[in-house]
Design a protein around this ligand. Structure first.
Ligand code: SF4
Length: 381
């Protein structure tokens, strides 16, 4: 049993074999010397962080498996010693992997280190879309990676897919979804492409706006994802996430439940004792501070009262359960229906939100427009 309500630990491993043209994450091209230095800094940060019990650990990136499997296993062991699971809880330990970098025996090494879940960055099974996204895996490679994770005893296998890719059609999107389902994975995350300023994709969109899908076509693709995955037995448990029964990601569920988490590594975010803190995205600044034992530079904000409640509402509405009105009142001391009445009136009038006796949930249209729909709760005073 994993425990979604307990602390989660996120570790950012920011190196990638190459940089995808749409990416806005904290990431750098993989260089052996930089990766070794980063590992030492990360170990120092782990050792300097007060120990706590944690129900979930998540190694994300970047591309965690730009490091070899034995290195990742030693990071996991260090983390498990610093953040042991509470009581007899079986911790959920996840690793993101790039399928191109998986080597024979990797999953056995991960499994021995306690990994229970892998998330495979696939994005598409269509060779043209894979090339458009600047990725280099083959369809057969992904199938082999899923099979070897399963053979090694990894209990939960997830695939990331992307929609609204330039050139993508409803048919090619449906085929990618069906391919993931046919591989027998337990979990699928579907993300709409976001063009971030400063990326090569932003320049492409400026030169050729017609190559990118408009909101209506993107909404159609989102609907196809919901219909295809739900009819295959996946539960749409969060805006972007679908799981077979028992395979929802406990680590992310803890975020959406406004739970506490520790973030380690460059650019990683923490939320502890009401304070949200984000480590600097400046790699050199991070390395120097961590190696010298100084506090990691970054930004911190205390979330109190209505600010914390607004954040919690925004996160809860991302999930299929939505906001439980009674639990919200007990936890935040705020009557959801009364306090947020002006926002609720607008959202229900626009068909984005539905409210029954004890819950508020986004409609299907509201889920597609979730950032607009939920953002209002965060800024409401
Ligand atoms: S692999 Fe992920 S983190 Fe790395 S460049 Fe591509 S999208 Fe960004």
């Amino acid at each position: 049993m994993t425990n979604a309500a307990s602390l989660g630990v996120y570790v950012h491993l920011p190196f990638c074999p190459y940089i995808c043209p749409y990416c806005d994450f904290a990431k750098w091209p993989h260089r052996r010397s930089a990766a070794d230095r980063y590992l030492r800094a990360l170990e120092a940060e782990i050792d300097a962080t007060p120990p706590r019990k944690a129900g979930t650990i998540f190694l994300g990136g970047g591309t965690p498996n730009a490091y070899d499997a034995s290195t990742l296993a030693s990071v996991m062991q260090r983390l498990r010693a610093r953040f042991p699971a509470p009581g007899d809880v079986q911790p959920e330990i996840s690793v993101e992997v790039n399928p191109e970098l998986v080597e024979s025996g990797d999953f056995e090494t991960y499994r021995s280190a306690g990994v229970t879940r892998v998330s495979i960055g696939v994005q598409s099974f269509d060779p043209v879309e894979i090339a458009t996204l600047g990725r280099r895996h083959s369809v057969d490679q992904v199938a082999a990676v899923v099979a070897s994770a399963r053979a090694a005893g990894i209990g939960s296998i997830s695939i990331d897919l992307m929609f609204a890719v330039p050139g993508q059609s409803p048919g090619s999107w449906r085929r990618s979804l069906e391919r993931a389902i046919a591989l027998g994975v337990d979990h699928v995350s579907t993300y709409g492409l976001t063009v971030e300023e400063g990326t090569p994709y932003a320049g492409w969109r400026l030169r050729e706006p017609g190559a990118f899908l408009d909101a209506d076509r993107e909404a159609d693709l989102y609907d196809i994802a919901i219909a295809t995955l739900e009819s295959a037995g996946f539960e749409h448990y969060e805006i972007s996430n679908f799981a077979r029964p028992g395979h929802a990601c406990a680590h992310n569920a803890n975020y959406w439940a406004n739970g506490q988490y520790v973030g380690l590594g460059v650019g990683a975010a923490s939320f502890l004792d009401g304070v949200r803190r984000v480590n600097t995205r400046d790699l050199e600044g991070y390395l120097e501070a961590a190696m010298s034992g100084a506090p990691i530079p970054g930004e911190a904000e205390r979330l109190l009262g209505t600010k914390r409640a607004g954040e919690a509402a925004m996160l809860a509405l991302r999930t299929a359960q939505g906001v439980c009105l009674q639990a919200f009142k007990e936890r935040y001391g705020i009557d959801f229906m009364t306090y947020y009445a002006p926002i609720l009136a607008n959202l229900t009038a626009d068909g984005l939100l539905e409210i029954d006796d004890d819950r508020a949930r986004l409609t299907r249209r509201g889920r597609f427009l979730a950032n607009d729909a939920c953002g209002a709760f965060v800024t409401f005073e």
